[in-house]
Design a protein around this ligand. Structure first.
Ligand SMILES: CC(C)(COP(=O)(O)OP(=O)(O)OC[C@H]1O[C@@H](n2cnc3c(N)ncnc32)[C@H](O)[C@@H]1OP(=O)(O)O)[C@@H](O)C(=O)NCCC(=O)NCCS
Length: 275
């Protein structure tokens, strides 16, 4: 096995899509491009073919590891370990975060990651849902306030992610006299659309945001990735979505960020890659 390692470039995206499709992930080239655009990416190449990927996305004093895939015939030979060493040398944050599959768990534990939560993926054809509150569509003028709200919710500076999302997602907001009190994005992803990130002060307000978006997507294929402890699961199922076995394990290494210090929290992920 002769592998070369290289920085991931847009020219590698077609090979990356093949790898993710092989493991049953729905990412389109556009979905990969969004993550790569705000990340340090690495590939392993065998005779010019992309046979492994791994990315690190810096978010201020934190960073996410994501899109770690090794082509099936090359597994169990230390390729993922070699990719992780490159990825974790590309940034020096106080804390590392990721959402792991069961297959990735032993690899990440070997790099000092510990479980801190569980993500459940809900998806399906959305029922005829009525908006439960007073959410409305926002605009790019709201972006600075939204980035501040997100930082209060997750403790990370995800301005780069929000800036990338704003190019291709629609934004719903809850407006209060004090400004923006919650927000949710919806965008194309895989074969359907994903709602997230959703940041709000309570599960009720998260539902106000999500139900507003659902009301405009009757019958569409929607996906929501939420932590198992947000309390949204039963309501998402009533809205037509089903819990999928392919959830994720939330893991952190380094200084552990233990939940929101402010009045808001993250009720749904932008994606399992970006948290
Ligand atoms: C998870 C995955 C990336 C591991 O790739 P790999 O190249 O086989 O992993 P490595 O050979 O580098 O193993 C690295 C370490 O992980 C552990 N590990 C990896 N696969 C393991 C398995 N199936 N069982 C137990 N331990 C395993 C080992 O402890 C190994 O440590 P060692 O080097 O001390 O032996 C690969 O199985 C894969 O692509 N899976 C599908 C996509 C996926 O789920 N990615 C994770 C996304 S979060």
């Amino acid at each position: 096995m002769t592998l070369t390692f290289a920085a991931m470039q847009p020219a590698h995206l077609a090979g990356a899509v093949r790898l993710s499709a092989d493991v049953g992930w729905p990412h389109r080239k556009e979905d990969w491009r969004l993550v790569l655009g705000i990340s340090h990416g690495f590939v392993a190449l065998q005779e010019g073919e992309v046979v492994a990927t791994a990315l690190a996305t810096p978010f201020g004093n934190a960073a996410m590891v994501n899109m770690v895939i090794v082509d099936a015939p090359l597994r169990g030979m230390g390729v993922a370990r070699a990719m992780m060493e490159r990825v974790m040398a590309a940034a020096d944050p106080a804390s590392w975060h990721l959402v792991a599959t069961d297959a990735g768990l032993p690899l990440y534990e070997a790099f000092g990651f510990r479980r801190t939560g569980k993500i459940i993926r809900y998806q399906g054809l959305v029922a005829d849902v009525r908006p439960s509150g007073d959410a409305c569509w926002g605009s790019t003028a709201d972006l600075a306030a939204i980035i501040r709200l997100d930082r209060a919710a997750c403790g990370m500076d995800r301005a780069s992610m929000y800036s990338a999302l704003s190019n291709e997602a629609r934004l719903a907001v809850l407006r209060r006299s004090g400004g923006i009190a919650g927000h949710a994005f919806v965008r194309d992803f895989g074969l359907g659309r994903v709602i997230g990130p959703v940041v709000a002060a309570s599960a009720d307000e998260a539902q106000d945001l999500i139900s507003f978006i659902m009301s405009e997507h009757s019958g569409a294929c929607l996906r929501v990735d939420t932590r198992s402890d947000t309390g949204l699961g039963a309501w998402l199922e009533q809205s037509g979505l089903s819990a999928d076995t392919a959830g994720g394990i939330v893991m952190q290494a380094g200084t552990v960020i233990s939940g929101p210090a402010g009045p808001v929290s993250v009720f749904a992920l932008a994606s399992q890659a970006l948290g």
